[in-house]
Design a protein around this ligand. Structure first.
Ligand code: GLP
Length: 259
């Protein structure tokens, strides 16, 4: 795991966009897209580079991390709608090359299996965006999710429903169930980028990076992955006990080694 501590959210967005731009410019790339407010700055920076600097996503494809079960795809808060509004619809990524779990599938277990198979058939995810929940969840893998889990239905915790209520009129409208890539599925992506912004994520980031490998903190599974870049602002880094070392390691990063 490499920990990159940036001054603020804008610097985080530029660093994340640099990693994604490099991958996308290198050839056909499969992106793993996350929803939530955390990746928005990075998406906006990529949209800016698309508009102003000719960064093209025409050769890219993408898979979403998760989706609410039972929310129609056309609902403004379905992750299908959110990702189109926030990113896909603002760049030249072919909407037909973007797939998310179908939360309206009649056979939700079959859809989960088909989703994992589709990611595999596409050759896997090259660069995966990840945010983190206040309870350490990634995707919608709530605490006690199997660290080897595949795409499946999960029941949201009350805390996650409360956290996400801001996108709905009230918390009662937040679905109880979701279809999410499992921690095993996510771990198969070749490069994971975990983004953390704000003091509200400091405890979760510290648990994920420095805490024990434990299903109680699903994001701690990233400790097993060979290529993870954690990009955080100062506030989200405030719970890290080894922040000085991470800064030192980045400052002394060999010139030949990129993220
Ligand atoms: C949701 C999403 C996660 C996201 C998390 C944090 O639960 N399923 O992918 O990381 O929210 O959201 P935010 O970035 O808005 O804090």
């Amino acid at each position: 795991m490499e920990i990159v501590i940036e001054q603020d959210a804008d610097a985080v967005a530029r660093t994340v966009a640099d990693i994604v731009e490099k991958a996308v410019r290198s050839g056909p790339t499969t992106l793993g897209l996350a929803t939530g407010s955390t990746p928005l700055g990075s998406y906006n920076e990529l949209i800016r580079r698309h508009r102003e600097e000719g960064l093209s996503f025409a050769q890219a494809r993408a898979f979403l991390l998760d989706e609410y079960v039972g929310l129609p795809a056309a609902h403004p808060e379905s992750y299908h709608s959110v990702i189109r509004r926030d990113f896909v619809g603002q760049v030249d990524l072919d909407p037909a090359a973007v797939r998310g779990p179908n939360g309206e599938a009649a056979d939700i277990a079959a859809e989960a299996r088909a989703y994992d198979a589709a990611i595999g058939a596409a050759g896997g995810v090259d660069v995966q965006f990840l945010g983190i929940g206040t309870d350490g969840h990634v995707g919608f893998n709530e605490p006690m999710s199997s660290l080897a889990s595949r795409t499946r239905v999960k029941t949201l915790t009350e805390q996650t429903r409360i956290d996400n209520a801001r996108f709905f009129d009230d918390v009662a409208q937040v679905p109880h169930h979701v279809l999410t890539q499992g921690l095993g599925t996510i771990s198969e992506a070749r490069h994971l980028i975990l983004i953390g912004l704000g003091a509200g994520k400091a405890a979760a980031i510290a648990a994920a990076v420095e805490g024990p490998l434990a299903a109680m903190c699903p994001a701690s599974v990233l400790q097993l992955h060979p290529h993870v870049t954690v990009v955080v602002d100062e506030a989200a880094a405030s719970g890290l006990s080894h922040a000085d070392y991470y800064r030192y390691a980045i400052a002394n990063k060999p010139a030949w080694q990129s993220f």
